[in-house]
Design a protein around this ligand. Structure first.
Ligand code: FAD
Ligand code: NAD
Length: 464
């Protein structure tokens, strides 16, 4: 009998398992695939960032080295080697999780887990045999799978998801991407840098529509310079495959039918929670819009059964899943953990990078909150000029009366790491003046945060 069993070994599940074991619980984890780490490590965060980093090197060598006085000749891409490196990074990372399970004495079961009842789980193994285990409590961390839209059937050959886009063997000449969200832009930039003609079709009137609108606007401007094409306010009607080509038909904003052709169509319109064959009916849990409903303590309608990560409400982010994994482990152990969802950052790993934390300007307007705003452009930053990275800005939104920072929205070089300061500011309820009065090393990109806070607090940036 286990104290706790975790179904799914993604960032939610494996982190929950480690924290449960640290807290002295006898812990088991079940994973239907042969490697641990879930979407994030196998077909998500890690492989996509490996390809983004590789193609960034190529892009810089091709387009930016000359500015620095460096000449390169004979530059070419070996896609097979690039993919092999990506696979090696994935394998090392997954092996790391395997090691952590062993180190923490967590029993790993490979196979598809399903509830027989609230305390018994059956594991269907790939060789057709079955295992079973008994458990006091369970954490469901089964994650998500790509979704599609009516008229677009994913065949994984020509109409593909991010999973297939991470393993293409040949650089496509043309790729049509449905969805101008995170996956569409990150993987779009990977292939655009490799020379693919990338066209992004987005239903709404902005890319990255859930982030502060200023970010999508600036990113679109920069990505357009890199050759990507954007078709906003387009409603995709269908996608069809003829031989090695895909045709996507959409209505533009005037209602006229337009057609796009590509070697591949990447469908990147969001992901759906994954609860297939989990046996939820055997324990009386009903999904809502595909998600497993949970209370404030992440407990389902069945006492002792919790759910975390992509399979429940909220942003589909690895670090959100991790926080929830730790939360449930500590809550089960009788502690009083807390998650501040407003202070969970969102990052897009294109170049320039994009990141956000807290409220967007649109949300503050909708809520009728009085706020002040300050921005600082990277082009006014000495370090950005030295690095030849002058695209982007940092925008700080603060409460009009109290000066408390309510949201920070950034686009530019090294933003994925810079957002950490804004997260700390939000978590500790700093005012814009607090951050503006902290010394920021010169010359660094972090100075843009200090300057944006100065701009927000008293409209008195130093270098603008
Ligand atoms: P998952 O990682 O999906 O793991 C769930 C696991 O459960 C899977 O391994 C699955 O096989 C297993 N499972 C499911 N059902 C069963 C069952 N019945 N029995 C046994 N095992 C089961 N997020 C970020 O924060 N940063 C990024 O840079 C980022 N990049 C991404 C790039 C791509 C291309 C994609 C697709 C996603 C990316 N994400 C990123 C999102 C991130 O991957 C997810 O938010 C995260 O993996 C969710 O973690 P999870 O533990 O909830 O689920
Ligand atoms: P997303 O929600 O980020 O973007 C989907 C986009 O598709 C949206 O802009 C949406 O308006 C658009 N769309 C929806 N229906 C459409 C239609 N019919 N026609 C055209 N456009 C349409 O989803 P995603 O990019 O598929 O990513 C899935 C999840 O994975 C996201 O929740 C994201 O958080 C996560 N992810 C995170 C990262 C990261 O943190 N860097 C990277 C990749 C994926």
């Amino acid at each position: 009998m286990y104290d706790v069993t975790i179904i799914g070994s993604g960032p939610g599940g494996y982190v929950a398992a480690i924290r449960c074991a640290q807290l002295g619980m006898k812990t088991a984890i079940i994973e239907r695939y042969s490697t641990l780490g879930g979407t994030c490590l196998n077909v998500g965060c890690i492989p996509s960032k490996a390809l983004l980093d590789s193609t960034e090197h190529y892009h810089l060598a091709k387009h930016s080295f000359d500015v620095h006085g460096i000449e390169v000749s004979g530059l070419k891409v070996d896609l097979a080697r690039m993919m092999q490196r990506k696979n090696e990074v994935v394998q090392q990372t997954c092996d790391g999780v395997q090691y952590l399970m062993k180190k923490n004495k967590i029993d790993v079961y490979h196979g598809h887990g399903s509830f027989v009842n609230a305390h018994a789980i059956e594991i269907a193994k790939t060789d057709g045999t079955k295992d079973s285990l008994e458990t006091d409590k369970t954490i469901i961390a089964t994650g998500s799978k790509p979704s599609s839209i009516p008229g677009v059937e994913i065949d994984k050959q020509r109409i593909i998801t991010s999973t297939e886009a991470l393993t293409l063997e040949k650089i496509p000449e043309e790729m049509v991407i449905i969805g101008g969200g995170v996956i569409g832009l990150e993987l779009g930039q990977v292939y655009a840098r490799l020379g693919t003609k990338v066209r992004v079709i987005e239903y709404l009137n902005s890319i990255l529509p859930t982030m502060d609108r200023a970010l999508g606007k600036e990113l679109q401007r920069v990505l357009k310079k890199g050759g990507m094409e954007f078709y906003l306010s387009h409603t995709v009607k269908n996608a069809t495959v003829q031989g090695e080509k895909v045709t996507v038909i959409a209505d533009n904003k005037k209602g006229e039918e337009v057609s796009f052709s590509g070697d591949y169509c990447l469908v990147a319109v969001g992901r759906r929670p994954y609860t297939d064959k989990l046996g939820l009916e055997n324990i009386g849990i009903q999904t809502e819009k595909g998600q497993i409903p949970v209370n404030d303590h992440l407990e389902t309608s069945v006492p002792g059964i919790y759910a975390i990560g992509d399979v429940i409400r909220g942003a589909m982010l690895a670090h959100k899943a991790e926080e929830e994994g730790v939360y449930v482990a500590e809550y089960m152990a009788g502690q009083r953990p807390h998650i501040n969802y407003l202070a969970i950052p969102g990052v897009v790993y294109t170049w320039p990078e994009v990141a956000s934390v807290g409220h967007t300007e649109e949300e503050l307007k909708d809520k009728g909150l009085a706020y002040k705003s300050g921005s600082f452009p990277f082009k006014a930053l000495g370090r950005a000029r030295a690095a030849n990275e002058t695209d982007g800005f940092i925008k700080v939104l603060a409460d009009k009366e109290t000066d408390e920072i309510l949201g920070v929205h950034m686009i530019g070089a090294r933003i994925a790491d810079l957002i950490a300061e804004a997260v700390v500011a939000l978590e500790y309820r700093a005012s814009a003046e607090d951050i503006a009065r902290i010394s920021h090393a010169h010359p660094t990109f972090t100075e843009a945060m200090k300057e944006a806070c100065l701009a927000a607090t008293e409209k008195r940036p130093i270098h603008l």
